[in-house]
Design a protein around this ligand. Structure first.
Ligand code: ADP
Ligand code: MG
Length: 332
């Protein structure tokens, strides 16, 4: 009797596993390649969930985009130095969390970096190093302390007419978090969201196995540095290899030290692993600025945050808890 009940139970389990459908979709969002994979018992429901996640990402892009005239972010930037702007509670909270990361990282992460960051052009591929005077002048408009938040009124004010905010280093992480939230809300039991390479995984794959991610070497994508099983984790990499130019033998890449106005140096890449994609995104950018010593020390102190660094000389370093996932030759 018990045996038959058990058998029936087993059959149901197998049946569900067999019916799970994984839907994968790729689209261009926020200027990057986004990828969503959703595992659901019914394929139609998986498609619906993925559509809802795309809609959510579009909604966020309309809120944080700096080049869309009609975004809340553009309204804040237009009113810099003149008046506070009332924003949605959602944007207010996002900015407040971003400012917290600035405080945590001694200003290495800074939403106002664009005041000086815009002097650098990494997209055209034309090497152009701005003059020191221009950098010094632009730096006067940079600093997260220029962001004045009024909790009561729900307003954001940039207290310098030349200041502006940009979400390039945190927006994709937030979007990934929100996409996962929407997928779960739609009954998706396992999924993977890649927001321009910022990854979040939850639940399990279609075949019941855990998701797993390979972290590749920034200078040699075929060389796997670590293979990490993921459950409810985000993995975000900031590196110097996607947007950069080389001038007089020096590599200049798109992450700017907001305190000097110059591209950060010292690392080829940093990968941050923690449950929150938004935090991972911001921390990856911040530690890229802080460099291997200070960056590693900061992340080692943070509970639930792990990281893998490749220094500018190619040395692989990591926080202690993920050392066991490193390929043998990089352990140490
Ligand atoms: P990516 O978006 O290329 O994956 P990041 O998350 O590290 O990489 O974000 C880099 C982007 O963030 C830059 O292109 C720029 O828009 C912005 N940014 C650069 N330096 C900083 C900084 N110090 N603080 C905040 N944002 C920054
Ligand atoms: Mg980032």
């Amino acid at each position: 009797m018990t045996g038959r009940v058990f058998l029936a139970f087993l059959v149901v389990l197998v049946a569900t596993a067999a019916h799970a459908a994984a839907v994968k979709d790729v689209r261009s969002k926020m200027g990057s390649r986004f990828e969503i994979t959703a595992v659901h018992d019914r394929e139609a429901a998986a498609h619906e969930a993925v559509e809802a996640a795309w809609a959510e990402i579009d909604r966020l892009e309309a809120m944080i985009s700096g080049w869309r005239e009609d975004s809340e972010t553009s309204a804040v930037n237009r009113s810099a130095g003149t008046r506070p702007v009332r924003v949605s509670p959602e944007l207010f909270r996002l900015i407040r969390r971003a400012v917290k990361v600035s405080e945590l990282t001694a200003g290495a992460f800074d939403l106002t970096f664009a005041g000086v960051g815009d002097l650098w052009d990494f997209r055209s591929g034309e090497p152009a190093v701005p003059g020191r005077e221009r950098i010094a002048a632009a730096l006067r408009h940079v600093g997260y302390r220029r962001i004045v938040l009024d909790e009561e009124r729900g307003t954001v004010f940039l207290d310098d007419p030349g200041a502006r905010i940009g979400f390039g280093a945190i927006g994709k992480g937030y979007a990934a978090n929100r996409a996962v939230f929407v997928l779960k809300e739609h009954g998706v039991r396992g999924g993977l969201v890649s927001a321009g390479g910022d990854l979040v995984a939850f639940g399990r794959r279609e075949d019941g196995e855990p998701w797993s991610i390979a972290i590749a070497h920034p200078r040699d994508p075929k060389r796997v540095l670590a293979q990490i099983p993921l459950t409810e984790q985000a993995v975000v990499t900031s590196g110097d290899y996607e947007q950069y130019f080389i001038h007089d033998g020096r590599r200049y890449s798109h992450i700017i030290d907001p305190r000097t106005g110059w591209p950060a140096s010292g690392l080829q890449a940093v990968t941050v692993i923690c449950p929150d994609a938004e935090l991972a995104d911001a921390l990856a950018t911040a530690t890229f600025v802080l460099g291997p010593e200070e960056g590693l020390a900061l992340l080692e102190r943070m509970e639930g945050v792990e990281a893998l660094f490749v220094t500018e000389t190619g040395e692989v370093r990591s926080t202690s808890n993920i050392r066991r996932h490193l390929k043998q030759e990089d352990q140490g």
